[in-house]
Design a protein around this ligand. Structure first.
Ligand code: SF4
Length: 354
């Protein structure tokens, strides 16, 4: 855990587009050095930018911040995924998860403090909504993880906006963060390696379709029928399933991208055979891949997870209907970093290896 910084925050440089970043006495190459130091070397403070003149570093440090976090806590799971708990300068907290795979580094970031969607099976939903994160606060999660894990941010292969929050309800800031990541001067990421997760907001999905960004879109469907869906996603009553699916067709037509359908397996709630059939019918004609997610039970969760044989039977039934489907096990369960577990709670000491 780093020390708590209680000094009042300066404006966050990462909230500005890079063509608005300062130059030293009109020298554009100094701005380029600054951008490279902050985004490509993940500098934590201006003093780390030793290729810049000391006097200009002092000037910058008097006017801007490049670190939105007052403190950072880091928890390592037994499966090597790392959970980051960030305290922002206003005292609000949010989370990110780093998942090191053999040949790729994946980071799951948050777009909000808490979440207004209120999914009953999600620990974040139980927290309620805190506030939206700014574009800089979203990107800073990646930079901070890269700096503390000891690799350059350009080594990050996949970014997943699947932490706390409904990214499409923080549309402008989430999109600004994504545009920052794909900018050649910044991280030069392929949009295809960025996954945006949404509970399914048809108007926002249609707007996203017009952005010219072939992202990976992950839709948290979790049920193929309105009644079950509204039971587990209280805010779902605002959006009918046919409207959501129609918006996915619009998005697919514009981006030519396969849609990921997220489906958390809840015992006796959404794991019946008829629901597998209904899901296949609902998605007919859409190029989609269904991820079945075994439920990560958390303290106080109102539902239990489907057992393995039920999940396998559900998967087999979908496959027999011609669906592309896999069972996705979450990492980081012992540190509270798994899907649906992000709750700002510190894990049991037994889960911490540092
Ligand atoms: S599952 Fe996603 S959308 Fe639902 S409450 Fe949790 S963070 Fe929000």
């Amino acid at each position: 855990m780093t020390a708590l910084d209680t000094s009042p925050p300066l404006p966050l440089l990462l909230d500005q587009p890079i063509d608005a970043w300062p130059m030293q006495e009109g020298r554009s190459y100094r701005r380029t050095q600054l951008v490279q130091g902050v985004y490509q070397r993940a500098a934590g403070c201006f003093d780390d930018l030793t290729d810049l003149p000391a006097a200009w570093r002092d000037e910058l440090a008097a006017q801007w911040s490049i670190d939105p976090f007052a403190s950072v806590e880091r928890y390592v799971s037994r499966d090597a995924s790392v959970r980051y708990l960030f305290t922002l300068h206003d005292g609000r907290r949010t989370e990110a998860v780093y998942m090191p795979y053999a040949r790729r580094k994946t980071i799951c970031v948050s777009s909000m403090v808490g979440c207004p969607a209120g999914c009953t099976f999600c620990a974040t939903g139980a927290l309620g909504f805190g506030r939206n994160l700014t574009r800089g606060e979203i990107v800073a999660q990646l930079l901070t993880v890269a700096r503390l894990e000891g690799f350059p941010p350009r080594e990050i292969r996949n970014v997943v906006l699947m932490g706390m929050g409904e990214a499409l309800l923080n549309y402008d800031e989430a999109l600004a963060a994504i545009r920052t990541l794909v900018q050649p001067e910044v991280l030069d990421m392929s949009p295809r390696r960025i996954t945006l997760s949404t509970v399914g907001l048809p108007k926002r999905i249609e707007r996203l379709a017009g952005e010219g960004l072939p992202l990976t879109l992950a839709v948290s469907l979790h049920a193929p029928d309105e009644e079950t869906r509204r039971e587990i996603i209280p805010t779902a009553h605002a959006h009918a399933l046919p409207d959501i699916v129609a918006s996915l067709h619009t998005w697919q037509k514009a981006t030519k991208r396969r849609v990921s359908i997220e489906y958390t397996m809840l015992a006796g709630v959404n794991d019946h055979a008829w629901q597998a059939d209904a899901l296949a019918r609902l998605l007919r004609g859409l190029h989609a891949h269904v991820n079945l997610i075994p439920f990560n039970v958390w303290e106080g969760s109102p539902q239990g997870g489907s057992d393995r044989s039920t999940i396998d039977a559900f998967r087999d039934r979908l496959e027999r209907k011609g669906m592309s489907v896999s069972v996705r096990f979450s990492r980081g369960q012992d540190s509270g970093a798994a899907c649906g577990q992000l709750s700002l709670q510190q894990p049991e000491p037994a889960a911490i290896r540092m």
